[in-house]
Ligand binder design. Structure first.
Ligand SMILES: [Zn+2]
Length: 424
């Protein structure tokens, strides 16, 4: 199947100026050429006229939990079948919001990913971490009730949510190795660990350091042996320092940063994936969390991120777009608001780059474990996956345009039109 996209004003994901009047040729889901209109080939199976729209790479959300479709308590009371059905709805809506690729940093989305890749349901490409790995009493120890734990201190089976494999507990080097290899066996493209305290858990203050250097090193070495990398959930500075020194390549949140940590990130080319809009939404009580403690923790995170954004800018750190939304479809629907937040902190061009070519570069760190190695992602050039959006207006000049998914008129994934609202 040979497809032509003609009359295209193209943002390639890298350069801040649009290439006007382009013709893109797509074969087997991959862009095989981008030329000016004069050299358009005569023989194609299908033509898409992009006149009047800006053509941009499909967006990448590098921090999702795509199979999390409600609060943890609510999910705890659901069957795996129920959770699977709900996650297909969330995946389709994500794709329609313009996200053609996501990196999932903790959720058992195995069945969802296979069903999307097999063409049974519509959804983004997923770079999965599968079960995110936490120490006991770490950020992902969601056996939330202490009394219940003291009665049934047997392990993860106390929580049906954890039994579903979204999050796994591992303590000590042998268990860390086993659980890491389990996720790689399932097809994880990178491994997610919890290296410090979190805002959505009750029993671990944000400042805590989680995992010893030995445990972390064992996980990093195991993943490196498979040609991929570890990303770690972290808010506190001392935990970030340990993670960077032990070879973690990507810090999720990276909230309480200072100049020393920023310099360390720069020297080691470590990525950061913060979430500015989500912290704001939670602080404003627009996302339900179910406990006052959690709101207070998140308010602190929100304040920390204001300074962190300045440091990301000051040191030009490698920074990718990510949202970390957990909840019902109504909560996930706020995904594009992070684009407006990126505009506020970094400007439109840097913001859109974080959600396209920068995020694509991060995801490709998965190397030998890359689930989609046939093409580049987050860019529009020869050899890239034909994942692209036709947008009303120019989001490179004003990223607020993408904060409203209605401005994304056409979504193309692997050369296939998966949303077309050009007549609306
Ligand atoms: Zn997260």
């Amino acid at each position: 199947m040979k497809i032509l996209v003609k009359n295209a004003s193209v943002f390639d994901g890298i350069n801040d100026t649009l290439q006007s009047d382009c013709a893109l040729i797509i074969e087997d889901g991959i862009i095989t050429s981008i030329t000016d209109a004069s050299s358009t080939p005569a023989e194609v199976d299908r033509t898409i006229d992009a006149h009047g729209y800006t053509v941009i790479p499909g967006l990448i959300d590098a921090h999702t939990h795509i199979a999390f479709s409600d609060t943890f308590d609510a999910m705890d009371a659901m069957t795996s079948e129920q959770l699977a059905v709900r996650s297909t709805v969330i995946a389709r809506q994500m794709l329609e919001r313009g996200f053609t690729t996501v990196r999932d940093v903790g959720s058992n989305c195995y069945g969802l990913k296979q069903s999307i890749d097999d063409g049974f349901v519509a959804g983004p490409r997923i770079y999965p971490s599968y079960g995110a790995i936490s120490q006991t009493c770490g950020h992902a120890d969601y056996r939330q009730n202490r009394a219940q734990r003291s009665n049934f201190a047997r392990g993860v089976e106390d929580s049906s949510f954890m039994r579903q494999g979204h999050l796994v507990l591992a303590d000590g080097v042998p268990e860390c190795l086993k659980r890491t290899r389990d996720q790689i066996f399932m097809g994880a493209s990178q491994i997610k660990v919890f290296g410090g305290g979190g805002a959505s858990s009750l029993f671990d203050p944000l400042e805590t350091i989680q995992y010893t250097r030995e445990e972390l090193r064992a996980i990093v070495e195991t993943v490196a042996n498979y040609g991929s990398y570890v990303c770690s959930h972290i808010h506190a500075g001392p935990a970030m320092k340990i993670a960077i020194e032990e070879g973690v390549r990507c810090l999720e949140h990276a909230t309480f940063m200072d100049d020393d940590i920023a310099r360390q990130c720069l020297d080691s080319q470590v990525w950061v994936v913060p979430q500015y809009a989500t912290a704001e939404l939670i602080a404003n009580r627009q996302i339900p969390l179910g406990s006052e403690i959690l709101y207070q923790k998140t308010e602190r995170v929100g304040k920390g991120l204001l300074k962190q954004a300045e440091l990301v800018e000051k040191y030009g750190l490698k920074c990718a777009f990510g949202t970390d939304l957990v909840g019902t479809p109504e909560v996930h629907a706020k995904q594009n608001l992070e684009l407006a937040a990126r505009k506020k902190y970094f400007g439109s061009f840097r913001g859109i780059k974080q959600a396209t070519s920068d995020a694509g570069e991060l995801l490709k760190l998965s190397g030998l474990l890359d689930p989609y190695p046939q093409g580049e992602i987050g860019v529009l050039r020869r050899g890239a996956w034909a994942d692209m959006l036709l947008v009303a207006g120019n989001p490179v000049e004003n990223l607020d345009i993408l904060a409203d998914p209605d401005n994304i008129k056409v979504v193309i994934k692997g050369g296939e039109i998966v949303k077309d609202r050009r007549s609306l």
